[in-house]
Design a binder for this molecule. Structure first.
Ligand code: CP
Length: 307
């Protein structure tokens, strides 16, 4: 079992078999339901080490870990002794000295999960590092598609919006192409990353053409906090050309779905009549996030309970 005992920095740490095992394990946890408690992680301490804001990722990791019987401690940078000048290294050494078994880290700096690993023997899961990677989001997104369509291979998936600043787009593109999907990045040139073609991704500035016959339209948040210069004239203008509307969805297949990793900027990358429609899987993705993270923690760490 290659996934046992490993760190997760990005989706390319996983094999196809690992991903399918995570899906099947998440499905079994989902079938058992939210109320069921497990003991696989009893006696283990998991630290959520967040240097950047989060609602979904942090809370779903905490719920997942607690459902599996772990103790969870939450480190928040803004209220820690970092404010008194303590270094990242000493912060990690201090936490390690209190017996942490696994860290879930989110940081604004790309590569910070690997930096953390230099200072600890505990396992590390990346919960989002700058614009680089967000592997657990990609796995839960892929799981949601797999659950809806019963497959991923051959599906046409359009990822729309601020690709340049999106760790979700990067991890999703790698994972979905690994699983055999046909992925297109859609957005204005200024928000396209260099070298996206290396993952076998198509690039398009024409949203109607890119979503034509698509099975999945994935909107991305306009990441204004990561944008240092004006990438487009105004949010209204962005919305006019790239906002996902019922008209956009009408070009896609009849049973197509709208996905978004959240948090959403309503009225910017998507309008309410799409994000709140029956085609939207936004809340389903959040629910699946708990079961996918349970599966990951179970498989990576302490697999000693038959589920
Ligand atoms: N999708 C996602 O990572 O959401 P949060 O920033 O709320 O964790």
């Amino acid at each position: 079992m290659s996934i046992f005992g490993m760190d997760l920095f990005d989706v390319d740490d996983l094999t196809l078999n690992d991903v399918l095992l995570i899906f099947e394990t998440a499905q079994r946890f989902k079938e058992a339901g939210f109320a069921k408690k497990w003991t696989s992680l009893k006696g283990k301490t998991i630290c959520t080490l967040f240097f950047e804001s989060s609602t979904r990722t942090r809370i779903s990791f905490e719920i997942a870990a607690k459902r599996l019987g772990a103790d969870v401690v939450n480190f928040t940078a803004s209220t820690s002794s970092l404010n008194k000048g303590e270094s990242f290294k000493d912060t990690v050494k201090t936490l390690d000295a209190m017996g942490i078994d696994l860290y879930v880290i989110r940081h604004t700096e790309p590569g910070s999960p690997m930096m953390l690993k230099k200072y600890t023997k505990a396992l590390v899961i990346n919960a989002g590092d700058g614009i680089r990677a967000h592997p657990t989001q990609a796995i839960l997104d892929a799981y949601t598609i797999w659950e809806r369509f019963g497959k991923i291979e051959g599906l046409k998936i359009a990822i729309v919006g601020d690709i340049l600043h999106s760790r979700v787009a990067r991890s999703n593109a790698k994972l979905l192409t690994m699983l055999g999907a046909d992925v297109t990045f859609v957005g204005p040139n200024a928000l396209m990353p260099m070298g996206a073609e290396q993952y076998g991704i198509r690039l398009s500035n024409d949203i109607e053409d890119a979503v034509n016959d698509a099975d999945v339209i994935m909107g991305l948040r306009m990441q204004l906090e990561r944008q240092t210069t004006g990438f487009f004239s105004s949010l209204d203008e962005y919305n006019e050309f790239y906002g996902i509307t019922p008209k956009t969805m009408s070009f896609a297949k009849e049973n197509s779905i709208f996905m978004h990793p959240g948090p959403m900027n309503r009225g910017v990358e998507v309008i309410d009549s799409v994000s709140d429609s029956d085609a939207s899987t936004v809340e389903e993705q959040v629910t699946n996030g708990v079961f996918v993270r349970m599966a990951l923690l179970y498989l990576i760490n302490f697999k000693n309970e038959v589920i």
